[in-house]
Ligand binder design. Structure first.
Ligand code: UD1
Length: 427
């Protein structure tokens, strides 16, 4: 197993190109199951989760072809042809590696009339049920059966039919499943209290490129006029706002100055507001955001919330950054109940953090120290990388497979801006 070695203390300066978004590509890939002609996704990031999703689509009978991007991610494409669906079963072996596998449920039941998906595991950041996904499909007429760790959805005679789906709480994944399924349902579907994350907007634009009719894109009410069939399309994956935010924190914690190329400020407004509060200098140009340290970091108070609020996927990275601030910060996690798994590891590097229920008080310290650390999920792992970049001495971050799920060429991108970082085999 690999680990990442970092000798901290370097000030990071220079340019980083932002890759295609993990959370967008994981909802764009299953769109291919809705069409009988190929979907080509451009700006495809090189991530372990993309490979896992590709295997899942292959298992279902879709053919996938990768091309381009020989010199790194940009220009990489995947063409997915799901003209023939050979299986409607997403097995445990794949789903346990990647929770987003649940996103084949809606498209499969809409197109093939049924779908069987192992109940997902995924990141260890709380319970993460899928009840809202199932309620949405039930509203569209599907019958749901649960047995032996699998969920089976069966469409009624004549296929799914449009309905009003009203979510009691905002769910990104359930909105995605509902939107994909409704695109092939008969008649009109209204999705109320829909998630508004930029990745949902990306999904809607891709579906529209495939012939779907969707109104209210970007709002919390989506109206879908179902179609008999969707056609193929070519679609470019949006830039990864969480990757951009993570590297912005790398500039902040090292007192550096990094230009994030391809990052979209509209997607990052809450994160940039938080960085601004922390005293960072921020410049926004057409497709570049420059984040530069400007004196000591200031403490920040913030709560995670659904978009356009501050993303839960940036909470751990902000915590690492604020561990070096000049004063006490207060972070509150409102989306997931168990998302402070990085706190004890950051503490081992010298951070002073006290968790009180859903909140964490982060008292800034003068120094962090290198240590051997590991994390149990993707963004928590990134928080340890950030702390290591600012720490005195050498750190070893274990369980690198979490990082490989969501950060394309992490060591290469960070070493180009001056980090002393390398990957080593654990053996
Ligand atoms: C997606 C993102 C993840 C991000 C999260 C919140 C992907 C692949 N993952 O995850 O990175 O952290 O959005 O922005 O895009 N819930 C239920 N029942 C359900 C579904 C969700 O109770 O059926 C709860 C969850 O436990 C959680 C909250 O709703 O407390 C939000 O979860 P959700 O938005 O669904 O997150 P994901 O789609 O799993």
């Amino acid at each position: 197993m690999d680990r990442i070695l970092i000798r901290g203390g370097n000030r990071l300066t220079g340019d980083i190109r932002i890759s295609g978004a993990k959370n967008a590509v994981l909802t764009l890939m299953p769109c291919a199951l809705l069409a009988d002609a190929p979907l080509t996704l451009e700006n495809l990031p090189r991530l372990a989760d993309v490979d896992t999703f590709m295997h899942l689509l292959n298992q279902l009978g879709a053919t996938t072809t990768l091309s381009g991007g020989a010199n790194g991610g940009a220009g990489r494409r995947m063409t997915i042809d799901a003209a023939r669906i050979a299986s409607t079963v997403a097995p445990y072996d794949i789903v346990r590696k990647m929770r987003a596998s649940i996103l084949v449920l809606g498209p499969l039941v809409a197109r093939a009339g049924e779908a069987t998906v192992s109940m997902p595991g995924g990141c260890a950041i709380g319970n993460r049920p899928v009840d809202l996904h199932l309620k949405a499909l039930e509203a569209l007429g599907a019958r749901i059966e649960l047995a032996a760790g699998y969920v089976k959805a069966i469409a009624p005679e004549g296929g799914l039919r449009g309905a009003t789906i009203s979510f009691p709480t905002v769910s990104v994944g359930a909105t995605e499943n509902a939107l994909m399924a409704a695109s092939l349902a008969r008649g009109e579907t209204v999705i109320e209290n829909a998630a508004r994350e930029p990745e949902i907007v990306d999904l809607a634009h891709c579906l529209i490129a495939m012939g779907a009719e969707i109104e209210g894109v970007g709002s919390d009410t989506l109206t879908v006029h179902g179609k008999d069939r969707l056609h193929g399309a070519t679609y470019s994956v949006m830039p990864d706002r969480i990757e951009a935010g993570s590297y912005a924190c790398a500039a902040a914690i090292t007192g550096g100055d990094i230009a994030l190329h391809g990052a979209r400020h509209g997607d990052l407004a809450a994160v940039l507001a938080g960085l601004h509060q922390a005293g960072l200098h921020i410049e926004e140009n057409d497709d570049t955001i420059r984040v530069a340290a400007d004196g000591p970091l200031r403490p920040v108070t913030l709560s995670t919330a659904p978009f356009p609020g501050f993303p839960t996927d940036m909470q751990a990275q902000f915590m690492a950054m604020l561990a070096r601030a000049d004063g006490a910060s207060l972070l509150t996690e409102t989306i997931f109940e168990n998302r402070y798994m990085h706190v004890p590891e950051l503490a081992r590097m010298g951070a002073d953090i006290e968790v009180r229920g859903r909140s964490a008080v982060v008292k800034g310290v003068d120094r962090l120290y290198g240590a051997q650390v590991m994390a149990t999920d993707l963004r928590a792992s990134m928080s340890l990388i950030l702390a290591a970049l600012a720490a005195e001495g050498e750190s070893q971050v274990l369980r690198v497979y979490h990082l490989d799920r969501g950060y394309e060429r992490l060591e290469e991108k960070l070493s180009r801006v001056g980090a002393d970082i390398e990957r080593a085999s654990e053996d």
